[in-house]
Design a protein around this ligand. Structure first.
Ligand SMILES: Cc1cc2nc3c(=O)[nH]c(=O)nc-3n(C[C@H](O)[C@H](O)[C@H](O)COP(=O)(O)OP(=O)(O)OC[C@H]3O[C@@H](n4cnc5c(N)ncnc54)[C@H](O)[C@@H]3O)c2cc1C
Length: 226
């Protein structure tokens, strides 16, 4: 286990029976109480395609059923019930040579990080760009690793919605940020958008207005669960 932020933790899962994984996929984690009550939630894999052990990063929801247990209580060696990997559309494969725009809101960075790690491990020449929206600097996941990987192969922009380091603007990702900080539609990027439902819908709408083709926009909504 690794703390990622004050409210999020990465769990490294030794899951030898999990089939081969692709960046962008998720697993379902099921908890069972002593009285037999079960609760199941989905968590994206943050680890690169094929990497073992696999990793997930979980954000704690104060009043949540599952996430507080995964962030605070589960211990090294505790067994977890995992099903997956799941998903075949919201994935990136190194065979894809086209430019890629990644847009994350909060914990939505997790499957996009799997794509970034896969891109790096494969030495892919596909241009990658990340726009990462997060509430404040303390909430940033994978900060050191992203700073290390940022460069000609991966451009990284972060926007803070509540508080930001001095000299950095504060505000949500809106039409102006999408126009200024993403790969333009003329370059025909594949765009992956992941985060809370409202974030994903607003961003996808903004991308369509900029002229991106609907079939080039892939989305993953993180909840809340029904
Ligand atoms: C495909 C997929 C991948 C996911 N990957 C991740 C991941 O990598 N990391 C991660 O932390 N979470 C991820 N999630 C969200 C996760 O499945 C749970 O929804 C989340 O951990 C909350 O579960 P909980 O049992 O703690 O809260 P619940 O008991 O389900 O809900 C508690 C309260 O929080 C609200 N809530 C729950 N989830 C959200 C949300 N996402 N946004 C806003 N409000 C919410 C509920 O409405 C409720 O009020 C993913 C979801 C999906 C569908």
């Amino acid at each position: 286990m690794r703390p990622e932020t004050p409210t999020a933790r990465t769990l490294v899962l030794d899951a030898p029976e999990l089939g081969s994984t692709v960046a962008g996929q998720h697993v379902d984690i099921r908890l069972t109480a002593e009285d037999g009550y079960t609760a199941q939630r989905s968590y994206s894999l943050g680890s690169a395609t094929g990497a073992r052990p696999v990793e997930v990063t979980v954000e704690r929801f104060e009043d949540g059923e599952v996430s507080p247990y995964l962030v605070e209580d589960v211990g090294v060696g505790d067994p977890l019930e995992i099903r997956g990997p799941i998903g075949g559309w919201f994935v990136w494969r190194p065979e894809q040579a086209e430019p890629v725009q990644l847009i994350a809101g909060g914990s939505g960075i997790v499957p996009l990080m799997a794509m970034i790690r896969t891109h790096h491990a494969a030495g892919s020449a596909a241009p990658f760009r990340l726009l990462y929206g997060v509430q404040d600097p303390d909430r940033r996941y994978y900060r050191d690793e992203l700073e290390m990987l940022a460069g000609p192969a991966l451009r990284v922009d972060v926007r803070y919605s509540r508080s930001a380091p001095a000299g950095t603007p504060v505000g949500r990702i809106g039409p102006a940020e999408l126009a200024e900080l993403t790969v333009p539609p003329e370059q025909r990027p594949t765009v992956y958008v992941c985060g809370p439902t409202g974030f994903v819908e607003a961003v996808a709408d903004g991308l369509l207005r900029l002229g991106h083709a609907p079939e080039r926009i892939r989305t993953e909504r993180f909840g809340p669960s029904g």
